[in-house]
Design a protein. Sequence first.
Length: 354
Amino acid sequence: MRRSKMGRKALLLAMAAVTAMGAATAASGSAAAQDTTAPPPGAVSQSQVIGTRQAPDGSTVTTVRLGPIKLAPHTDDGPGHGHPEGEFSPMHGPHEPMHGTHTRSLQMMLPPCVACFVNGIKPDLVYADGRQANYDTKAMLHHAVFFDRSRADVTCSGGWVALAGRRIFASGNERTGGTLPDGYGVALGVLPLTYAALELMNLDHHEQEVFLTVEFSHVPWFTPGMREVTPVWLDKDNCRLSEHSVPEGESHTNWKWTSTVKGTLKGAGGHLHDGGESVTLTNSTTGKVLCESRAAYNTIPSFMGHIESMSRCLGQDLGTIDKGDVLDMDSVYHTHYADDHAMTIMIAYVHEQR
């Protein structure tokens, strides 16, 4: 997997720029020379609403599209992506790390609504004709993190994340969305400042052009019975690049956070990389397991044996959290190789009692 230190520095600089100036910028993980007369890899022409519809439950479903995004070609002469049948375990992903070139980008995102509650989300990576871009087409939605600059993040009070705003949702290539329980949603204000930090990957030796699409379901603020949930981002490498090392074979990774919020958990879901089996959130103070989010592999051909979904925990009362409670997050990896770029993340949605 190609990961450029300069690319990471450029990403952080881009994040600082976008929060300071409110303008989109981009950074590419490729070292290949670029035509200066054309938009660089990662640049996006526009964010637009491409469709709205009414759902059976009365909510509005708005689809926002970012793109086109040009993916830098993969120029590494090393081994390509190939896993002959039998060379990966259905539960633990492929034998080797992903081979490809990263394209990183920060994009201002048109909010799906204002003065509203977002109660569902579904991300995807597609081509201009609507076909899904995935491993079988030599493209990957490595990460997409969605921010609301108008709100403060709950678990990060320092560093670029604090400047970037509240992390409200994220997805890896598993693209697992979800819908909160009836009556709850993430609030977007009258002037939400939404944007997305993207990290995409191209396995092909040719440039590809893709679009990020996000379906948001939402209702107005004045909808009877609606209440706000607070997104709480839990991360082994919180406030930094969200990466940590795991050894070959089975391993456990643990991270603790002392809660600054009080309320009831309404939803949660995890994010892991290939080799990840599960991530579990426990309130160590009360001893209650709040959510176990498990990875799935090898049931959808387009993922080619890589991680394809993470289970979610959704319900009216998944457990209570008090200020000062210690939340304990533990992940299990069982990978065929040592990996310095694993992730252990969970986003919890809490209805606060103020």
